[in-house]
Ligand binder design. Sequence first.
Ligand code: NAD
Length: 390
Amino acid sequence: MDYIESKRRNDFTRKIALAAGATALFIFMLKWSSDISVSTKFSTHEPGVTHVLVTGGAGYIGSHAVLRLLKDSYRVTIVDNLSRGNMGAVKILQELHPEPGRLQFIYADLGDAAAVNKVFAENAFDAVMHFAAVAYVGESTAEPLRYYHNITSNTLLIVKTMAAHNVKTLIYSSTCATYGEPDKMPITEDTPQVPINPYGKAKKMAEDIILDFSKTSDMAVMILRYFNVIGSDPEGRLGEAPRPELRDQGRISGACFDAARGIIPGLKIRGTDYKTPDGTCVRDYIDVTDLIDAHVKALAHARPGKVGIYNVGTGRGSSVKEFVEACKKATGVNIKVEFLSRRPGDYAEVYSDPSKIKNELNWTAKYTNLEESLSIAWRWQKAHINGYDN
Ligand SMILES: NC(=O)c1ccc[n+]([C@@H]2O[C@H](COP(=O)([O-])OP(=O)(O)OC[C@H]3O[C@@H](n4cnc5c(N)ncnc54)[C@H](O)[C@@H]3O)[C@@H](O)[C@H]2O)c1
């Protein structure tokens, strides 16, 4: 009896041990296989490879940045919600670099904390270039809360998530709109920042968040304050293709091209009574190829615990009238021009002093001929009547 009882107990213990062993093996295999399935080149740091998260990489400037980063052998992840960007641009970049581990696209909204955290948890980034933003001065005066949310609050979330996941380098897209309308030209990085529209204010607040955080961390930070960006890839692969519904908000180059193509009847110049040589606004136009070169140099010079703030402009202002003349020459079309009253939130004259970026990052603008930059952009526009066709 004792013998039978003890045998039963032994059998039972053996079965339990077997079951426990099998369960442990099963859990181990499950974990191993799931690790394998999520482990990609993007999710692990690789010596000698710098993985850059490009927010807004489907947009105008972001897509040009991705093109250059891929050319320079960086690993790139684009995060974009396609609210304003073009999947067509992403497809072109993917076709140029189909090799595994070069480029991935993640559809996500940077206002969604859980989605942003997931992106950082599943990928091993070395640096972030934060381009994503809504970026129209006129729209910002009409929809200020949208701008504070999209620019300021989303930047706060990016910085917080970078810190949580130990991502150490941030290159931030800021703007000369943070300076407002200074008394003295040219604008240096020490010119007081007194923005006069919600777009400039939202960007200035985002800068402040980044700068205050940088005092408490060893994050490497580069803030680039762009002036007016024009042009496109000289090899004609990418261009500027804003949504048709944003045409009215438009930047001047887009409006010139639309007028040259007959999509709009002509150009509206808003404001002819500014205190400038010909009465129209004066701006510093920086070619996107030069702008992206400044980002690559900023990334190369970024150092832990250090902050760099740089104007990215040519140092030379051109009036709207001069711009329109250059556009007429570049397109070969005698664009009709209508002169209207000022647009709210605009300022008379803005041009940069780019000497700091020249001295510290060895960067200078090379594409400084308006007509040439516009001719390059026009070639793309003519060949892409419907933008990226999306
Ligand atoms: N274009 C200029 O002249 C200029 C001048 C100064 C500064 N900037 C700055 O450069 C950056 C890029 O501007 P751009 O001209 O390429 O604009 P863009 O509209 O072409 O690109 C912005 C991209 O960000 C994406 N995006 C916007 N909100 C998002 C969100 N919540 N989540 C995910 N993606 C989002 C859009 O879909 C778009 O692809 C912006 O930060 C802008 O403020 C631009």
